[in-house]
Design a protein around this ligand. Structure first.
Ligand SMILES: Cc1cc2nc3c(=O)[nH]c(=O)nc-3n(C[C@H](O)[C@H](O)[C@H](O)COP(=O)(O)OP(=O)(O)OC[C@H]3O[C@@H](n4cnc5c(N)ncnc54)[C@H](O)[C@@H]3O)c2cc1C
Length: 338
């Protein structure tokens, strides 16, 4: 039996960074509440859970069912609901990734549990777990106490720190076989990996984003090259996505993804409230905009007032020299032409 369950996901490299953050948060809360904690893998299985031991979680639960061999959200929700009841868990944590945002409300509805989405802090006060989460598009941070017996929390990626323990513990694996019928699980007809090999904005430590100021999809190579130079991911405003310049998976904001990278570089983005809702908790924000009155400058730590078509090539050269890397191809050609 585990009182706290940490639901974890994998990407091709292993445990997702956001899942490592969840494991660290789960271990910390378990220590404070003197509770037991177990990791549950949504995809991948035993090998993935072995990695959870690096974050001090010593118990792993493998869901075993042939209908779960390919990820099915309704099937996974049904399986997890049974597991939570079986474990008599009272706290469930997961990262607020696309899957987390889909799965956790469904679980909450199934189990009549309280649910706090998009948490940026968990704290234990008088033996009770409280969550802090932004509301009103990030204008207010609310402290939430769930009053149900079972609590579900989705943690905003990149806000909690993933802290491996000094001495990894050994992992004890248990297996759980849920009762599932084919009717309960959606059938996966075809899987399309649209951003294969690309770093997702939710996992990235550095994001370079472009907006309408980029003037068209043909100029986004600048954002891509700068992101690649810095080892980061490409983001976009909704204006750039709605215009069909960038895929929706890159959209940052109220109707896109909420990110908190260490560094966010906004290029030609005005800083509408709906965009800020998705990125204003970034640790350092750099804005490049030709309009000195652009609202993005209100949240920026560093602002460059200027034409991004002048600023970005010069920034790329400086950064390349600073990092001891070659100037990216596209920027090099632009500079040779001028
Ligand atoms: C319900 C709802 C949900 C929404 N959700 C989202 C969301 O999730 N994400 C989101 O981003 N938006 C969202 N929006 C849209 C939002 O209100 C803005 O329209 C959008 O963010 C604007 O995108 P932008 O900053 O790229 O474009 P603009 O507002 O047009 O800004 C372009 C900026 O580029 C600058 N610029 C132009 N040329 C240059 C140049 N050469 N060099 C430097 N700077 C230049 C301009 O000065 C300007 O500030 C939502 C809106 C609604 C109503």
């Amino acid at each position: 039996m585990a009182a706290i369950l940490a639901l974890v996901e994998a990407d091709p490299r292993g445990l997702k960074r956001s899942s490592c953050e969840v494991l660290t948060a789960a271990r910390t809360v378990a220590e404070q509440l003197r509770s037991s904690v177990a990791a549950v893998a949504l995809t991948g299985a035993a090998e993935l859970l072995e990695q959870a031991a690096l974050y001090g979680v010593s118990e792993g639960i493998v869901l075993e069912h042939e209908l779960l061999e390919r990820y099915s959200m309704p099937g996974m929700a049904a399986a997890l609901a049974q597991l939570i009841e079986h474990e008599q868990a009272h706290i469930v944590l997961m990262a607020a990734t696309a899957r987390g945002k889909e799965l956790m409300p469904r679980l909450a509805a199934k189990l009549r549990a309280g649910y706090a989405p998009d948490c940026v802090e968990l704290l234990v006060h008088d033996g009770q777990l409280l969550a802090r989460r932004p509301i009103y598009a990030g204008k207010v941070i609310a402290t939430v106490r769930l009053r149900t017996a079972l609590h579900l929390y989705a943690l905003r990626p990149n806000v909690f720190t993933a802290r491996p323990v000094e001495k990894p513990v050994s992992m004890v694996l248990r297996r759980f076989r849920p009762h599932l019928s084919p009717g309960e699980c959606s059938a996966v007809v075809r899987e399309v990996l649209r951003s294969e090999g690309k770093l997702d904005v939710l996992e990235a430590d550095i994001i370079v984003s472009g907006g309408r100021g980029m003037r068209g999809p043909e100029h986004f190579w600048m954002v891509e090259e700068l992101a690649q130079l810095l080892g980061g991911a490409v983001g976009a405003s909704r204006a750039a996505v709605d215009a069909g310049w960038r895929p929706h998976s890159e959209q940052i904001g109220q109707t896109g993804k909420t990110v908190s990278p260490t560094l966010y570089i906004a290029c030609g983005i005005s800083g509408a409230i709906q965009h800020l809702a998705g990125m204003s908790s970034s640790k350092v924000i750099v804005a490049i905009n030709k309009d000195p009155e652009a609202p993005i400058f209100k949240v920026a730590d560093y602002g460059v007032v200027g034409d991004l078509f002048d600023v970005l090539p010069r920034l790329a050269v400086k950064l390349a020299h600073f990092l001891g890397k070659p100037v990216p191809e596209g920027f090099r050609r632009v500079l040779e032409r001028n």
